[in-house]
Design a protein around this ligand. Structure first.
Ligand code: PEP
Ligand code: MN
Length: 339
C-alpha cells in the first residue's frame, strides 16, 4: 500500500513532468523557427560554440544537478534539433556531409521496389539520416537467389534519395555497373567479396579519379588488416583518395557453432584508426547477422572511435527479400549513439 505522502509526492512529480514536456515542446517549436529562419537567410545552422555556451551556463549556475547529467540532457536536446535541421536542409555537397560524425548510412539490404525504398527513405530522413543505401547489384552466394534489380534498382534508389535530399550508396560488381549509372551513385560500394578483385579496384579507381567519387571499400571477410589497406591502396594509386573503409565482420572458428553470421571485428577499428587517416566505419548488420544485436554493436563501434556506421533497415524487417534476420526498423537507429 502506498502511503499518502508518497501519493502526494508522485502527484507533484506528475505535474512537473507535464510542465517539463510542455516546455520541451515550446523549446522545440522555437528552435524549429530558428532553424527555418537561418536556412532562409543562408546562415550556418550548426553552432557548436553556442551549444557549449548553453551547457556551461547551466553547469555554472546549477549546484544541485550533476554536470554530466546536464551535458547529456542538452546533448540529447541538441541532437533532436540537428535531426530537424537535417530533415529540412537542401542537399549541399557530399563533402560537407562526410565531415559530420557519425557518418550514418542506412537502408535496406536490397532495393525491392519504389514503394519499399521510398517508404524506408521517408522514415530515415525523419531520423536525420542523409545516406541511403540499397543493394542493386547483389553479390549472392547462390546464382539462384535474387540478384537485385540492377540498373532499374539504381534509378529507384536515386529517385527516393533525391526526393528526401539524401545521397545514394550502392554496391557494384563490375566497372560497367558504375559507368552506366555514374551520376546516380553518390557513394560506390565495393563489397567484401570483391575486395580482392584487384582489376575491379584499379578500374573503379581510374573511373572515379576525375570526380573523386567516394568509394566505400568493405573488408574482405577473410582479409587481414594489411590486405585490406593494400586493397585501398589500389584505389588510391589509381587516382582516387576519397575512400571510406568499412569493417563488416570476419570469418573465424566462431562460425562453426555460434549463431553469429560473422565475428564483429570491433578491435580493428582501433588498429585502423592508428594506421590510416581514411574514415573507418562499421557495418553491424553483416558482422553479426542478428537484428537484436545491431544497436549495441553500432554503439560499441562508435565508442571505439568508428567514424560512422552502415545499418540495414527495413520498415518490415521480416519481409525483407534479403538478409531479413539482420534488418532493424528505421526508428531503431535513434537508439544508436550521437545520432
Ligand atoms: C552489403 O553491404 O550489401 C553487402 C553485401 O555486404 P558485404 O559485402 O560486407 O557482405
Ligand atoms: Mn545485406
Amino acid at each position: 500500500m502506498m502511503n499518502s505522502e508518497i501519493k502526494a509526492l508522485r502527484e507533484e512529480i506528475n505535474k512537473i513532468d507535464v510542465e517539463l514536456i510542455k516546455l520541451l515542446q515550446s523549446r522545440k517549436q522555437i528552435t524549429n523557427s530558428l532553424i527555418q529562419n537561418k536556412i532562409e537567410h543562408h546562415l550556418s545552422v550548426l553552432d557548436e560554440v553556442r551549444e557549449k555556451e548553453i551547457i556551461n551556463n547551466f553547469i555554472e549556475n546549477s549546484n544541485s544537478l550533476n554536470p554530466v547529467f546536464i551535458k547529456k540532457l542538452f546533448n540529447l536536446i541538441f541532437d533532436d534539433s540537428k535531426r530537424q535541421y537535417y530533415k529540412l536542409e537542401q542537399l549541399n555537397s557530399i563533402e560537407d556531409y562526410l565531415k559530420r560524425r557519425p557518418i550514418f548510412i542506412a537502408g535496406p539490404c536490397v532495393v525491392e521496389s519504389y514503394y519499399q525504398i521510398d517508404k524506408i527513405a521517408a522514415q530515415l530522413i525523419q531520423c536525420g539520416i542523409k545516406f541511403l543505401r540499397g543493394g542493386t547489384f547483389k553479390p549472392r552466394t547462390s546464382p539462384n537467389s535474387f540478384q537485385g534489380l540492377g540498373d532499374e534498382g539504381v534509378k529507384l534508389l536515386y529517385s527516393a534519395a533525391r526526393k528526401y535530399n539524401m545521397f545514394t550508396v550502392t554496391e557494384v560488381l563490375e566497372v560497367e555497373h558504375l559507368e552506366r549509372n555514374y551520376d546516380l551513385i553518390d557513394i560506390v560500394q565495393i563489397g567484401s567479396r570483391s575486395m580482392t578483385s584487384y582489376g575491379l579496384l584499379k578500374s573503379i579507381g581510374q573511373l572515379t579519379a576525375k570526380t573523386q567519387k567516394v568509394v566505400l571499400l568493405k573488408r574482405g571477410f577473410s582479409a587481414t588488416i594489411s590486405e585490406f589497406l593494400q586493397a585501398a591502396e589500389y584505389i588510391l594509386q589509381a587516382g582516387n583518395n576519397n575512400i571510406i573503409l568499412c569493417l563488416r565482420g570476419i570469418r573465424t572458428f566462431e562460425q562453426i557453432d555460434s549463431t553469429l553470421r560473422f565475428t564483429p571485428d570491433l578491435a580493428s577499428i582501433l588498429e585502423l584508426k592508428e594506421k590510416t587517416k581514411l574514415p573507418v566505419i562499421f557495418d553491424p548488420s553483416h558482422s553479426c547477422g542478428i537484428s537484436d544485436f545491431v544497436v549495441n554493436i553500432s554503439n560499441a563501434a562508435l565508442q571505439l572511435g568508428a567514424d560512422g556506421v552502415m545499418v540495414e533497415t527495413h520498415y518490415d524487417p521480416k519481409a525483407s527479400k534479403v538478409d531479413a534476420k539482420q534488418a532493424i526498423i528505421p526508428d531503431k537507429v535513434l537508439d544508436i549513439l550521437n545520432l
